[in-house]
Design a protein around this ligand. Structure first.
Ligand SMILES: [Zn+2]
Ligand SMILES: [Zn+2]
Ligand SMILES: [Zn+2]
Length: 327
Protein backbone atom coordinates (compact mmCIF):
# COMPACT_ATOMS: atom_id res chain seq x y z
CA UNK A 1 0.00 0.00 0.00
CA UNK A 2 1.25 3.44 -0.91
CA UNK A 3 -0.98 6.35 -0.05
CA UNK A 4 -0.76 9.99 0.96
CA UNK A 5 -3.43 11.11 3.41
CA UNK A 6 -4.24 14.79 3.82
CA UNK A 7 -5.06 16.07 7.31
CA UNK A 8 -8.48 17.78 7.13
CA UNK A 9 -7.48 20.17 9.93
CA UNK A 10 -3.90 21.24 9.13
CA UNK A 11 -3.59 20.36 5.46
CA UNK A 12 -0.43 18.40 6.31
CA UNK A 13 0.36 15.18 4.50
CA UNK A 14 1.29 11.76 5.80
CA UNK A 15 2.74 9.22 3.40
CA UNK A 16 2.17 5.57 4.20
CA UNK A 17 4.45 3.08 2.52
CA UNK A 18 4.07 -0.02 4.64
CA UNK A 19 6.26 -2.19 2.42
CA UNK A 20 9.16 -0.14 3.79
CA UNK A 21 8.57 -1.69 7.22
CA UNK A 22 11.03 -4.50 6.52
CA UNK A 23 13.70 -2.11 5.29
CA UNK A 24 17.18 -3.06 6.52
CA UNK A 25 18.89 -1.13 9.27
CA UNK A 26 22.14 0.66 8.56
CA UNK A 27 24.56 -1.97 7.30
CA UNK A 28 28.13 -1.95 8.63
CA UNK A 29 30.60 -0.23 6.24
CA UNK A 30 31.97 -3.54 4.93
CA UNK A 31 28.46 -4.50 3.77
CA UNK A 32 27.62 -1.28 1.97
CA UNK A 33 25.10 -1.81 -0.88
CA UNK A 34 26.41 1.33 -2.67
CA UNK A 35 30.09 0.33 -2.71
CA UNK A 36 31.47 -1.32 -5.86
CA UNK A 37 31.03 -5.12 -5.96
CA UNK A 38 33.90 -7.18 -4.66
CA UNK A 39 34.66 -4.83 -1.78
CA UNK A 40 32.31 -6.67 0.61
CA UNK A 41 30.21 -9.80 0.83
CA UNK A 42 26.99 -7.79 0.59
CA UNK A 43 25.46 -7.73 -2.91
CA UNK A 44 26.07 -4.29 -4.39
CA UNK A 45 23.19 -2.42 -6.01
CA UNK A 46 25.70 -0.97 -8.48
CA UNK A 47 27.19 -3.68 -10.72
CA UNK A 48 30.21 -1.65 -11.76
CA UNK A 49 33.65 -1.34 -10.26
CA UNK A 50 34.40 2.21 -11.39
CA UNK A 51 31.79 4.93 -11.43
CA UNK A 52 31.30 8.61 -11.08
CA UNK A 53 27.71 9.55 -10.21
CA UNK A 54 25.09 6.79 -10.40
CA UNK A 55 21.30 7.19 -10.42
CA UNK A 56 18.89 4.30 -9.86
CA UNK A 57 15.40 3.58 -8.54
CA UNK A 58 15.12 3.39 -4.76
CA UNK A 59 14.87 -0.28 -3.71
CA UNK A 60 12.55 0.68 -0.84
CA UNK A 61 10.57 3.50 -2.45
CA UNK A 62 8.03 5.71 -0.68
CA UNK A 63 6.59 6.65 -4.05
CA UNK A 64 6.28 4.27 -6.98
CA UNK A 65 5.32 4.38 -10.66
CA UNK A 66 2.61 1.72 -10.30
CA UNK A 67 1.31 1.74 -6.72
CA UNK A 68 -1.09 -0.83 -5.30
CA UNK A 69 -4.57 0.60 -4.66
CA UNK A 70 -4.92 2.47 -1.36
CA UNK A 71 -6.11 0.41 1.58
CA UNK A 72 -8.79 2.96 2.39
CA UNK A 73 -11.53 4.82 0.54
CA UNK A 74 -11.52 8.60 0.18
CA UNK A 75 -14.45 10.61 1.55
CA UNK A 76 -15.63 14.23 1.62
CA UNK A 77 -13.82 14.61 4.95
CA UNK A 78 -10.73 12.53 4.33
CA UNK A 79 -8.74 13.07 1.18
CA UNK A 80 -6.38 10.37 0.01
CA UNK A 81 -3.87 11.01 -2.74
CA UNK A 82 -3.32 7.82 -4.58
CA UNK A 83 -1.37 8.65 -7.62
CA UNK A 84 1.88 7.59 -9.13
CA UNK A 85 5.20 9.04 -8.08
CA UNK A 86 8.89 8.28 -8.26
CA UNK A 87 11.80 7.66 -5.89
CA UNK A 88 15.42 7.62 -6.98
CA UNK A 89 18.85 7.43 -5.39
CA UNK A 90 21.87 9.46 -6.54
CA UNK A 91 25.14 7.93 -5.32
CA UNK A 92 27.85 10.61 -5.41
CA UNK A 93 30.86 8.39 -6.11
CA UNK A 94 32.35 4.91 -5.59
CA UNK A 95 34.20 6.20 -2.52
CA UNK A 96 32.38 5.24 0.69
CA UNK A 97 33.85 8.19 2.59
CA UNK A 98 33.71 10.95 -0.04
CA UNK A 99 31.01 13.35 1.16
CA UNK A 100 30.18 16.45 -0.91
CA UNK A 101 32.79 18.48 0.96
CA UNK A 102 35.52 15.91 0.20
CA UNK A 103 34.82 15.62 -3.53
CA UNK A 104 36.76 17.81 -5.97
CA UNK A 105 34.84 20.92 -6.99
CA UNK A 106 34.19 19.75 -10.56
CA UNK A 107 32.62 16.56 -9.18
CA UNK A 108 30.25 18.52 -6.94
CA UNK A 109 29.40 20.60 -9.97
CA UNK A 110 28.74 17.40 -11.92
CA UNK A 111 26.36 16.20 -9.19
CA UNK A 112 24.40 19.48 -9.53
CA UNK A 113 24.14 18.81 -13.27
CA UNK A 114 22.84 15.29 -12.57
CA UNK A 115 20.26 16.72 -10.14
CA UNK A 116 19.19 19.13 -12.87
CA UNK A 117 18.84 16.29 -15.41
CA UNK A 118 16.73 14.22 -13.00
CA UNK A 119 14.60 17.27 -12.11
CA UNK A 120 13.85 17.71 -15.82
CA UNK A 121 13.27 14.02 -16.50
CA UNK A 122 11.05 13.27 -13.50
CA UNK A 123 9.33 16.66 -13.83
CA UNK A 124 8.39 15.90 -17.43
CA UNK A 125 6.31 12.91 -16.29
CA UNK A 126 2.64 13.83 -16.05
CA UNK A 127 2.26 12.03 -12.71
CA UNK A 128 5.02 14.08 -11.04
CA UNK A 129 4.03 17.60 -9.99
CA UNK A 130 6.85 18.26 -7.59
CA UNK A 131 10.44 16.98 -7.61
CA UNK A 132 12.20 17.10 -4.25
CA UNK A 133 15.94 16.50 -4.22
CA UNK A 134 17.22 15.89 -0.71
CA UNK A 135 20.05 14.38 1.26
CA UNK A 136 19.74 12.68 4.64
CA UNK A 137 23.27 12.83 6.02
CA UNK A 138 24.21 10.20 8.64
CA UNK A 139 21.81 8.28 10.88
CA UNK A 140 20.57 11.25 12.97
CA UNK A 141 19.83 13.01 9.67
CA UNK A 142 17.63 10.08 8.63
CA UNK A 143 20.12 8.13 6.50
CA UNK A 144 19.92 4.33 6.53
CA UNK A 145 23.07 4.01 4.43
CA UNK A 146 26.22 6.00 5.25
CA UNK A 147 27.63 5.96 1.70
CA UNK A 148 27.19 9.58 0.49
CA UNK A 149 24.08 9.89 -1.66
CA UNK A 150 21.05 12.04 -2.33
CA UNK A 151 17.47 10.96 -2.88
CA UNK A 152 14.82 12.28 -5.22
CA UNK A 153 11.09 12.02 -4.64
CA UNK A 154 8.60 12.80 -7.37
CA UNK A 155 5.36 13.76 -5.62
CA UNK A 156 1.95 13.56 -7.32
CA UNK A 157 1.04 17.08 -6.04
CA UNK A 158 2.78 20.11 -4.50
CA UNK A 159 3.69 19.22 -0.87
CA UNK A 160 2.39 21.50 1.91
CA UNK A 161 5.68 23.10 2.99
CA UNK A 162 6.54 24.05 -0.58
CA UNK A 163 3.00 25.30 -1.17
CA UNK A 164 3.36 27.52 1.92
CA UNK A 165 6.56 29.08 0.51
CA UNK A 166 5.00 29.68 -2.91
CA UNK A 167 1.90 31.25 -1.33
CA UNK A 168 4.07 33.52 0.86
CA UNK A 169 6.06 34.61 -2.17
CA UNK A 170 2.91 35.36 -4.14
CA UNK A 171 1.46 37.41 -1.26
CA UNK A 172 4.73 39.39 -1.03
CA UNK A 173 4.67 40.10 -4.75
CA UNK A 174 1.06 41.27 -4.53
CA UNK A 175 2.00 43.61 -1.68
CA UNK A 176 5.38 44.93 -2.86
CA UNK A 177 5.84 43.91 -6.46
CA UNK A 178 9.08 42.06 -5.60
CA UNK A 179 9.96 38.39 -5.02
CA UNK A 180 10.24 37.56 -1.32
CA UNK A 181 13.43 35.51 -1.70
CA UNK A 182 15.07 38.16 -3.91
CA UNK A 183 14.34 40.69 -1.15
CA UNK A 184 15.71 38.37 1.55
CA UNK A 185 18.93 37.76 -0.43
CA UNK A 186 19.52 41.50 -0.89
CA UNK A 187 18.67 42.36 2.72
CA UNK A 188 20.83 39.61 4.25
CA UNK A 189 23.80 40.37 2.03
CA UNK A 190 23.65 44.09 2.89
CA UNK A 191 23.11 43.45 6.60
CA UNK A 192 25.72 40.70 6.89
CA UNK A 193 25.07 39.56 10.48
CA UNK A 194 23.52 36.25 9.45
CA UNK A 195 25.74 35.66 6.39
CA UNK A 196 27.88 32.51 6.51
CA UNK A 197 29.46 32.83 3.06
CA UNK A 198 28.97 34.63 -0.23
CA UNK A 199 29.80 34.14 -3.89
CA UNK A 200 28.95 36.24 -6.95
CA UNK A 201 25.75 34.30 -7.58
CA UNK A 202 24.71 33.07 -4.12
CA UNK A 203 24.52 33.99 -0.49
CA UNK A 204 24.50 31.46 2.38
CA UNK A 205 22.70 32.71 5.49
CA UNK A 206 21.37 31.45 8.78
CA UNK A 207 17.69 32.35 8.31
CA UNK A 208 16.19 35.10 10.49
CA UNK A 209 13.83 32.59 12.09
CA UNK A 210 16.06 29.46 12.00
CA UNK A 211 14.40 26.35 13.36
CA UNK A 212 17.34 23.96 13.43
CA UNK A 213 20.74 24.53 15.09
CA UNK A 214 23.10 26.09 12.51
CA UNK A 215 20.39 25.98 9.83
CA UNK A 216 21.64 27.56 6.59
CA UNK A 217 19.79 28.61 3.45
CA UNK A 218 21.76 29.03 0.23
CA UNK A 219 19.88 31.59 -1.87
CA UNK A 220 20.37 32.55 -5.50
CA UNK A 221 20.92 36.32 -5.73
CA UNK A 222 19.26 36.48 -9.12
CA UNK A 223 15.68 35.37 -9.56
CA UNK A 224 15.94 31.85 -10.98
CA UNK A 225 13.13 29.37 -10.43
CA UNK A 226 15.18 26.17 -10.57
CA UNK A 227 18.55 24.59 -11.40
CA UNK A 228 17.67 24.80 -15.08
CA UNK A 229 17.42 28.58 -14.79
CA UNK A 230 20.96 28.94 -13.42
CA UNK A 231 23.75 29.96 -15.78
CA UNK A 232 26.87 27.88 -16.16
CA UNK A 233 29.01 30.12 -13.90
CA UNK A 234 26.18 30.23 -11.34
CA UNK A 235 26.15 26.44 -11.04
CA UNK A 236 29.91 26.42 -10.49
CA UNK A 237 29.41 29.12 -7.93
CA UNK A 238 26.73 27.12 -6.14
CA UNK A 239 28.95 24.02 -6.00
CA UNK A 240 31.74 26.06 -4.42
CA UNK A 241 29.59 27.80 -1.82
CA UNK A 242 27.68 24.63 -0.90
CA UNK A 243 30.96 22.78 -0.37
CA UNK A 244 32.25 25.66 1.75
CA UNK A 245 29.19 25.58 4.03
CA UNK A 246 29.42 21.79 4.40
CA UNK A 247 33.10 22.14 5.30
CA UNK A 248 32.16 24.62 8.03
CA UNK A 249 29.56 22.13 9.26
CA UNK A 250 32.11 19.33 9.65
CA UNK A 251 34.70 21.61 11.24
CA UNK A 252 32.20 23.05 13.71
CA UNK A 253 32.30 20.16 16.18
CA UNK A 254 35.19 18.29 14.54
CA UNK A 255 32.81 15.56 13.37
CA UNK A 256 30.75 14.89 10.22
CA UNK A 257 27.65 16.89 11.07
CA UNK A 258 24.34 15.07 10.48
CA UNK A 259 21.92 17.17 8.47
CA UNK A 260 18.97 17.14 6.11
CA UNK A 261 19.42 19.06 2.86
CA UNK A 262 16.40 20.03 0.74
CA UNK A 263 16.56 21.62 -2.72
CA UNK A 264 13.55 23.85 -3.36
CA UNK A 265 12.66 24.47 -6.98
CA UNK A 266 9.60 25.24 -9.09
CA UNK A 267 6.77 22.67 -9.18
CA UNK A 268 6.57 20.62 -12.36
CA UNK A 269 2.83 20.69 -12.90
CA UNK A 270 1.47 22.63 -15.86
CA UNK A 271 1.16 26.00 -14.08
CA UNK A 272 3.46 28.99 -14.51
CA UNK A 273 5.71 29.35 -11.45
CA UNK A 274 8.21 31.76 -12.98
CA UNK A 275 7.39 34.73 -10.72
CA UNK A 276 6.91 32.99 -7.36
CA UNK A 277 9.52 30.22 -7.35
CA UNK A 278 13.02 31.22 -6.25
CA UNK A 279 15.72 28.54 -6.25
CA UNK A 280 17.32 27.81 -2.87
CA UNK A 281 18.80 25.02 -0.80
CA UNK A 282 17.90 24.50 2.86
CA UNK A 283 20.36 22.80 5.20
CA UNK A 284 18.97 21.59 8.51
CA UNK A 285 21.51 20.09 10.92
CA UNK A 286 20.11 17.84 13.62
CA UNK A 287 22.98 18.23 16.11
CA UNK A 288 23.04 20.91 18.84
CA UNK A 289 26.41 20.11 20.42
CA UNK A 290 29.03 17.39 19.72
CA UNK A 291 27.04 14.91 21.79
CA UNK A 292 23.47 16.20 21.76
CA UNK A 293 20.85 15.90 19.06
CA UNK A 294 18.07 18.38 18.44
CA UNK A 295 14.78 16.63 19.08
CA UNK A 296 11.27 17.75 18.32
CA UNK A 297 9.76 18.13 21.78
CA UNK A 298 6.75 19.70 23.50
CA UNK A 299 6.92 23.19 22.06
CA UNK A 300 7.89 22.05 18.57
CA UNK A 301 5.32 19.27 18.30
CA UNK A 302 2.64 20.75 20.53
CA UNK A 303 2.73 24.33 19.31
CA UNK A 304 4.92 24.46 16.20
CA UNK A 305 7.40 26.70 18.03
CA UNK A 306 11.05 25.71 17.69
CA UNK A 307 13.16 26.36 20.77
CA UNK A 308 16.88 27.13 20.35
CA UNK A 309 19.59 28.10 22.79
CA UNK A 310 21.53 30.01 20.12
CA UNK A 311 20.34 33.03 18.16
CA UNK A 312 20.81 32.91 14.38
CA UNK A 313 23.29 35.83 14.45
CA UNK A 314 25.53 33.92 16.87
CA UNK A 315 25.22 30.69 14.84
CA UNK A 316 26.29 32.59 11.69
CA UNK A 317 29.22 34.13 13.55
CA UNK A 318 30.41 30.71 14.71
CA UNK A 319 30.14 29.22 11.22
CA UNK A 320 32.06 32.19 9.78
CA UNK A 321 34.77 31.83 12.42
CA UNK A 322 35.07 28.12 11.56
CA UNK A 323 35.70 29.01 7.91
CA UNK A 324 38.26 31.71 8.81
CA UNK A 325 40.15 29.22 10.99
CA UNK A 326 40.61 27.06 7.88
CA UNK A 327 41.86 29.83 5.60
ZN1 LIG B 1 29.80 2.31 0.51
ZN1 LIG C 1 13.35 35.81 -6.49
ZN1 LIG D 1 12.42 26.48 0.96
Amino acid sequence: VNEIRIDPVTGEWALFADHRYDRPDIPPPEFCPFCPPGTGSYPSEIPRTVYDVVVFDNQFPSLVAAPAPPGIAESDLYRVLWRRGAAEVVVYSADHTATLRHLPLERVRHILDVWCDRYLELGSRTEVEYVLIFENRRAPGGATIEHPHAQIYGYPAIPPRVRQELDACRAHIDRTGACLYCDIAVRESADGVRVVGESPGFVAVVPFCARWPFEVHVLARRHARDLVGLTDPERGDLAELLRRVLTAYDDLFGMPLPYVMAVHQAPTDSQDWEAVSHFHIELMPTQRTPDRHKVMAGSELGAGVFVSEMRPEEAAKRLRATLIRRD
